[in-house]
Ligand binder design. Structure first.
Ligand code: PEP
Ligand code: MN
Length: 361
């Protein structure tokens, strides 16, 4: 697949003057719930109502969705509000049922994107469809696997495509439910600038208090749209309660978010520089995190040295590290002087940490 302007035609055809908004509950629960939420979203920026009908659960025993019955509620919501509808499909049977019920946009869940077999089955079931298909990133940070899924649809003659960034699962507990690892969607966007890129801040966050900031970062990185889990009574939602916001919160967010419009050359310049600056912010954040991790390892070494009565400073090892890093730096176009200065500073911080450990009783 190559980058082509046509990739975004379906999105351009909506003619929106703001990012695409897909909103609605994690799961369709009851007819009343779907209709209530749809009506509360009717006069918002949302173009598309989302709801999960079949819920892929990491562990059994959680709510697994209402099934095909919920598709009728979606149809009714569309009739009453004019919102388009979207749901997740995870096998050929889901596809048949969703198409029978005139669902407008289909998405592929993170747990499906990981499996080329499942993706192939869904792609074949959707062969030649005009309906937009949005492919969530796989649960693990693997750009090739994500792109592979997009290509399977493209090859099955599904040309109205988009991708959804919903973060990546990690073993370590972080402030996110799914780590955003922004560098991945940024790389994907650099490769396919015309492939619509949508942010799902809800599944990245796992909690509602950081959804607004995630939306802003996404828009600053030039994402084309947002998919936000929205519920009239979030705390009582049958799935993903902690991360859902109300339709009125969403309406307020859309008013408060800084949305860039490319109009004049000056605006375009500002837009580009802002995108690049946000990329720098993301990388700086990673730098600090990685340095923090390095110091933790260094602390562990400090504790070992103390227990075994070994001196803090070991010049031989240090010179070896430095030599290797200078060579590696060259490959990344970093000057020897810079690598030296940076590693001296890191090493000094490391020594300070270990000396502190030695001084502790
Ligand atoms: C969802 O959108 O409700 C969902 C299950 O998402 P994901 O596939 O990203 O976990
Ligand atoms: Mn969910």
């Amino acid at each position: 697949m190559e980058n082509k302007k046509e990739l975004r035609t379906w999105l351009d055809n909506f003619g929106l003057d703001h990012p695409l908004v897909i909103a609605g509950p994690c799961s369709a629960e009851t007819e009343e719930q779907v209709l209530t939420i749809a009506h509360q979203l009717k006069d918002s920026d949302a173009t598309v109502l989302r709801a999960g009908i079949w819920k892929p659960r990491t562990r059994p025993g959680n709510f697994e969705g209402v099934g095909a019955l919920g598709l009728k509620w979606m149809q009714k919501a569309k009739e009453e509000t004019g919102l388009l509808t979207a749901t997740e499909v995870a096998n050929a049977n889901h596809v048949d049922l969703a198409l029978q019920h005139d669902i407008d946009i289909l998405w592929i869940g993170a747990r499906s994107t990981v499996s080329p077999f499942i993706v192939q089955e869904i792609a074949e079931a959707l062969k030649g469809t005009d309906k937009p298909v949005l492919i969530k990133n796989p649960v693990n940070p693997d750009l090739a696997l994500w792109l592979g899924a997009v290509e399977r649809f493209y090859t099955a003659d599904v040309k109205n495509l988009g991708v959804i960034h919903r973060g990546f699962s990690t073993y370590e507990k972080t402030r996110y439910r799914n780590n955003p690892e922004w560098q991945l969607p940024i790389d994907l966007q650099n490769k396919f600038p015309d492939l619509p890129l949508i942010l799902d801040p809800s599944h990245i966050a796992g909690r509602r208090d950081i959804i607004f900031d995630l939306c802003q970062t996404g828009l600053d990185l030039n994402f084309d749209g947002l998919m936000v889990e929205t519920h009239h009574n979030p705390d009582k939602a049958w799935s993903d309660a902690a991360q859902q916001i109300t339709p009125s919160d969403l309406i307020q967010y859309m008013e408060d978010l800084k949305i860039r419009k490319e109009t004049s050359a000056e605006a375009e310049f500002k837009n580009s520089i802002n995108t690049l600056r946000t990329q720098i912010d993301v990388i700086d954040h990673q730098l600090i995190e990685v340095l923090g991790k390095r110091m933790k390892v260094s602390d562990a070494i400090g504790n070992l040295k103390k227990a075994n009565n070994v001196a803090v400073l070991q010049s031989k090892r240090w010179n070896e590290i430095l030599g290797k890093m200078i060579l590696e730096g060259e490959q990344h176009k970093l000057s020897e002087e810079f690598v030296l200065r940076m590693f001296k500073a890191i090493h000094q911080e490391s020594i300070n940490h270990q000396e502190k450990i030695f001084k502790q009783q």
